[in-house]
Design a protein around this ligand. Structure first.
Ligand code: G4P
Length: 549
């Protein structure tokens, strides 16, 4: 047996490393420019030389087909969990959220692994449905949000209207750090509201390298830009008068959102976002465990699995569990304990990602993400620790809203079919339900968004060699029930009871009205909500009631 030596490290070393981490995700509606911004951030942090190094153009679109193509190409948007790069002595971990239009459980899990979010908004579209759903998840996690208005090089809404929209629809008070000079579509630069002056952007050919920035004083800007500068300065003064200035404590309490204006495709305004992350976003801090007790960041190593994925490397089938480090130092080779089973887990193979490249992770610190290879025994939500036990709160499982009966296209592939479905269930890609009536061989799949079925189809064919047939089932609502109620529910029209693989009994209803009718008619039947809601009515209602401007 090889003996693994633990590198010596002091509490102060761990604190210093945690302090210089910024771990965040970008939340946006497809096409707002997330891929473009990611690339621009890497460019400005000198992690890549030219735009185009990470994403091919085809990889930039959020459509189903391109997304699936990316999945096949194992591009970064889908399969790598986090990109790490350095900027101004700070280590930035950009954790990827799924790029497709559906809300998925994956998104919720990713947002549980970050310390802040960047809400990317298309200047001409404002807050779009997916942005709002993702924002609601941030709100549930209490995440501080930095808002970035993108595509300011194109005609769009007015900056003040966008501020109203943010406040009215999210309840966050916008506190712009920069303010655009000139209307959307005429993007020359921004008024810096933190250290007053004008920042002029000049595009480089093709926008492939970082834009040139020049700073001038307010007086020089007024002489140069005339009315455009006067308007921007007046609007900034109005924002100040109405209390829309950055306040660090309120930002960290997720009450306000600093706002920046950019054009990611021209690399305008991207430095300012990196600076805001370094200066204002929170470092990795102590996390509460399941009992509410804080595990200090400089304690022994601990972390939790927020994503599990297999088949990332086509040449050798592997199974990667992505772990957010919460405390202590991780070093490759350490043997940690899996809290749910009490069993040891040897971390001989651990990786970090940069774009499509993987590198061995020798060490990781609070805030970092490591991919543990050969991690078939690890499940999403599992806590891992060294020495002192800790268990982090479980990640919620959402109520599925789309249901499909699934079977193998070729019955002779039954073994592959079973293995694939079990694996996707294990990874948390899809929920798997069965019933005596349907038989063990004919499971029902449940998803929060329908695009998840495309993922299942693709993975079953490519990773498990089992083509499948799916049949949509006419259910829209799922509730948790119990054994005593299941018998009665099973005899009702437009209702079916199935057992999920975690042994939860689910009652499925054809429509919300059918569910309400049953609940009214049989008040003693157990029908419980399954998960936190990501519907926006609640937050938009709350925001209206809480309007501050
Ligand atoms: P996503 O990952 O959020 O889905 O968005 P993505 O970066 O793929 O950007 C979506 C489209 O918006 C792309 O155009 C991209 O070039 C464009 N875009 C991103 N940022 C800006 C910006 O600051 N200004 C302008 N004007 N456009 C921007 P596309 O035509 O779909 O693709 P492409 O052929 O240009 O790559």
């Amino acid at each position: 047996m090889t003996h693994q030596t633990t590198p010596t490290v002091s509490n102060l070393d761990i604190l210093a490393q945690a302090h210089k981490r910024r771990t965040f995700a970008v939340i946006s509606h497809p096409d707002a420019g997330k891929s473009t911004l990611t690339e621009a951030l890497l460019l400005h942090a000198h992690a890549i030389d030219r735009a185009g190094a990470v994403h091919g153009k085809a990889g930039r679109r959020g459509t189903v087909s391109d997304w699936m193509a990316m999945e096949q190409a194992r591009g970064i948007s889908v399969t790598s969990a986090a990109i790490q790069f350095e900027y101004r002595d700070t280590v930035i971990n950009l954790v990827d959220t799924p790029g497709h239009a559906d809300f998925s459980e994956d998104t919720f899990r990713v947002l549980s692994a970050v310390d802040a979010a960047v809400m990317l908004v298309d200047a001409s579209k404002g807050l779009e449905p997916q942005t709002m759903k993702l924002f609601e998840v941030c709100r549930q996690h209490g995440l501080p949000v930095i808002t970035v208005i993108n595509k300011w090089d194109r005609p769009g809404k007015s900056a003040l209207d966008l501020m109203d929209e943010i406040q009215d629809r999210t309840g966050l008070v916008p506190t712009p750090l920069t303010w655009p000079v000139g209307l959307a579509g005429e993007f020359h630069g921004v008024l810096d509201r933190q250290s007053p002056g004008f920042v002029r952007f000049t595009r480089t050919p093709g926008g492939a390298t970082a834009a040139i920035e020049a700073r001038t004083t307010a007086t020089a800007a007024a002489a140069e830009l005339g009315q455009d500068w006067t308007n921007a300065a007046e609007e900034s003064a109005l924002l100040h008068a109405e209390g829309h200035d950055h306040d660090e404590a309120l930002f960290l309490r997720a009450t306000t959102t600093p706002v920046l204006f950019c054009a990611a495709v021209l690399n305008f305004g991207v430095h300012q976002l990196l600076d805001a992350l370094v200066e204002f976003a929170p470092p990795a801090l102590a996390r509460a465990d399941i009992t509410g007790r804080q595990r200090p960041v400089n304690g022994d190593f601990s972390g939790f699995v927020f994503k599990v994925q297999s088949g990332m490397n086509a040449s050798h089938r592997d199974h990667v569990a992505f772990v957010r480090v919460c405390s202590g130092m991780f070093h490759r080779g350490m043997v940690v304990t899996q809290a749910s089973t009490g069993r040891p887990f040897a971390t001989k193979y651990a990786q970090q990602m940069f774009g499509r490249e993987r590198t061995m992770a020798e060490q990781a610190w609070p805030g970092d993400v490591v991919g543990l290879i050969n991690a078939a025994s690890l499940r999403v939500g599992d806590s891992l620790y060294d020495s002192e036990p800790v268990e982090y709160p479980p990640l919620p499982v959402f109520a599925p809203e789309y249901f499909r009966a699934v079977r193998p296209a070729d019955t002779s592939k039954h073994k592959q079919f079973r293995r694939g479905i079990d694996q996707l269930d294990h990874e948390g890609v899809i929920q798997v339900m069965r019933s005596d009536l349907r038989g063990d061989q004919a499971p029902v799949l449940g998803a929060v968004g329908p695009m998840q079925f495309d993922v299942v189809e693709e993975r079953m064919t490519h990773d498990f060699g089992a083509d499948i047939r799916m049949e949509a089932l006419p259910y829209q609502v799922a509730r948790r029930t119990d054994r005593a109620s299941a018998g009665r529910l099973g005899s009702l029209r437009q209702v079916e009871v199935l057992t999920r693989s975690d042994n939860t009994l689910l009652a499925l209803f054809s429509t919300p009205w059918r569910f309400q009718a049953v609940a009214r008619e049989f008040p003693d039947i157990v029908l419980e909500n399954l998960s936190p809601s990501v519907e926006m009515e609640s937050v938009e209602g709350a925001a209206r009631g809480d309007k501050r401007r």
